[in-house]
Design a protein around this ligand. Sequence first.
Ligand code: KG4
Ligand code: ZN
Length: 336
Amino acid sequence: NNSGLVLGLETSCDETAAAVLDWEGRVRSSIVSSQHATHGPYGGVVPELAARRHIETIESIARRALDQADAGWANLRLIACTSGPGLAGALLVGLSYGKALAYALRIPWVTVNHLDGHIASAWIDRPASRSSALVLVVSGGHTHLYRTAGTSGYRLLGRTLDDAAGEAFDKGAKLLGLGFPGGPALDKLARSGNPKAVRFPRSLGKRTSLDFSFSGLKTSLLYHLRDHPDWDQPTRTADIAASYQEAIVDVLVIKALRAVDQSGLRTLAVVGGVSANSRLRARLMEAASTQGIEVVIPPLSLCTDNAVMIAKAGLDAYCQGRMASWDMESQANASF
Ligand code: KG4
Ligand code: ZN
């Protein structure tokens, strides 16, 4: 029976998102309400404010997703919610709302690990099997390299030892006075700069290492700005942004290709907020053609946090026989 719809809900950080998929995994609607205006003045996400904003908006966002899908509550057959990792209070809102809704509608409810959601985003609207692939998750909280194992498992090959790649973008952007959220702003500014203007360090570790480290890069940006008081002239700032971005992208691409070499796998998926970065996307596409590998990157709208990926991962989990128990709690520190 292929009728019935899936509602996905995502509230792990500062976007309130709802999406509706049909039972075959096709996207019927997606709404993402960002709280950037709320957190901007503070230069970062304020957890308590995030939770309050989710409470205020979740109901209307869910209704809008249903409206856009031309559907009503009665058409829902499954609800999928992010359970973690993320901000505890923020997670609790989507989880409690989704659980209550499923209970009231007498339909099943599944919880989804946020990273599993990001990974699922690479294969939305793409029938290819996701077995035998390398997966690089690059977000605000994670820089993790996996290989798929079986139909739904993953084996960790490497991870960041300090900052995540998204954090490196955000912290660099903050030092350059680009505001919050910093990653997209730095990406934009870097387009008009010279990536070879400043030679920032690339931390590559031992020859075989698949771990990452970005804290030294951030420190070297700090020293560069201190030693070059004229850095805030527009062309200088753009050059520094482009050079700093190039250092992050270099490390991500080199490590991902290192994993391709070591594993012998020919498919590389790159997901998470940083996969929206224009330079990273261009470099990965170039690598795909020169190395003859398949690189899978989600469309831009599915790179940063959204509920389509949660609905898709939830549908997959449900079809594999997984369901959440009604006493399941949110798991802010969930690993993957
Ligand atoms: O996946 P995501 O939306 O949330 C988490 O799960 O963390 O990722 C957010 C991260 C932020 O650090 C943000 O600055 C970064 O992704 N990001 C970008 C770009 N768009 C988002 N970083 C670089 N370039 C971008 N275009
Ligand atoms: Zn995310």
